[in-house]
Design a protein around this ligand. Structure first.
Ligand code: CP
Length: 317
């Protein structure tokens, strides 16, 4: 089946979504990332793999973690990194996305890292770039956030060693979450035993069962014996109409507290892609507690993004 992320040799040339990515490619990215992790402890945290290459960060939506770790990752690969200031760019004068891309390709761009509020924007760009130019999706609308999913998979594998026996619970605003969607595809491809989604019915999309996900509306049921809990932010900016009574009420039923955490396994991992809303989806005692690997996720994100950039740049044109 045609996959716009793979070239005719089956190599990863763009990273747009985890949906449909073969297991061996996911595993190759995680294995490659593990070779970059030790670099962080070295005095000189650089390798020359992307020397002479130009990476353009195009963030049409705000970001702290993704934009910064992509910049660190590209710098550690010895690339030249350019962060386009979208607010000061000619997009505000009516230039189209594809004209912006064409102009940046005229400046010899090699890799575009794209975050956009419109689902599908990185796919559109990937269709129009030259064969030797690579596109990495850094989050598009509510559709996909593949590098977040990959760094989540890296974190799970690091702490749990294998995927096959795990029960992973994804909690909260699954409806609006590109992270949830990308994680569900990655977790099922990597063969976890059970993926669960927990939330109020208004925030659980239809079709989860077809994706192999069990749904729960009560934390007590969905968290029972979970090995990994992935908490999601309430994406108020993507909600149309009142889907929830109040954030106070939401916290009461779906906020992760130490009391609710006790339903999970004693060695459960607590994850969150960030940004976190303390007191809305998670209490500080849990976010900063012994089960939390939230900051480990951020750190592993650098190595995972190095892996993705080095792999796509190595794909033949
Ligand atoms: N997880 C994530 O995408 O965070 P940022 O919005 O800060 O990049």
């Amino acid at each position: 089946m045609y996959n716009p992320q793979l070239n005719r040799h089956g190599e990863l040339t763009h990273l747009l979504t985890t949906e449909g990515l073969p297991r061996d490619i996911l595993t190759h990215i995680l294995d490659t990332a593990s070779t970059f992790v030790p670099l962080a402890a070295r005095d000189v945290k650089k390798v020359p793999l992307l020397r002479g290459k130009s990476v353009f960060n195009l963030f049409f939506e705000n970001s702290t973690r993704t934009r910064t770790t992509f910049e660190i990752a590209a710098t550690r690969l010895s690339a030249d990194v350019f962060n386009l200031n979208i607010n000061a760019s000619s997009t505000s004068k009516g230039e189209t996305l594809l004209d912006t891309i064409a102009n940046l390709m005229a400046m010899q761009a090699d890799i575009f890292v794209v975050r956009h509020e419109a689902s599908g924007a990185p796919f559109l760009i990937a269709k129009h770039v030259a064969p030797d130019v690579h596109v990495i999706n850094a989050g598009d609308g509510r559709h996909a956030h593949p590098t977040q999913a990959l760094l989540d998979m890296y974190t799970i594998r690091h702490f749990k060693k294998s995927f096959s026996d795990l029960t992973v619970a994804i909690v909260g605003d699954v409806l609006h979450s590109r992270v949830a969607r990308s994680n569900i595809h990655a977790l099922t491809t990597l063969g976890v035993a059970e993926v669960r989604a927990i939330g109020p019915l208004t925030l659980l999309p239809s079709g989860l069962d077809q994706m192999g996900v069990k749904t729960f509306t009560r934390m007590e049921d969905g968290l029972r014996d979970a090995d990994v809990i992935i908490m999601l932010r309430l994406q108020n900016e993507r909600m149309r109409g009142a889907l929830l009574p109040s954030s106070h009420e939401y916290f009461k039923h779906y906020g992760l507290t130490e009391k609710k955490l006790a339903f999970a396994k004693p060695d459960v991992l607590v994850m969150h892609p960030g940004p976190m809303n303390r007191g809305v989806e998670i209490e500080s005692a849990v976010a900063d507690g012994p089960h939390s690997v939230i900051l480990n996720q951020v750190t592993f994100g650098i190595a995972v993004r190095m892996a993705v950039m080095s792999i796509v740049a190595g794909a033949s044109a």
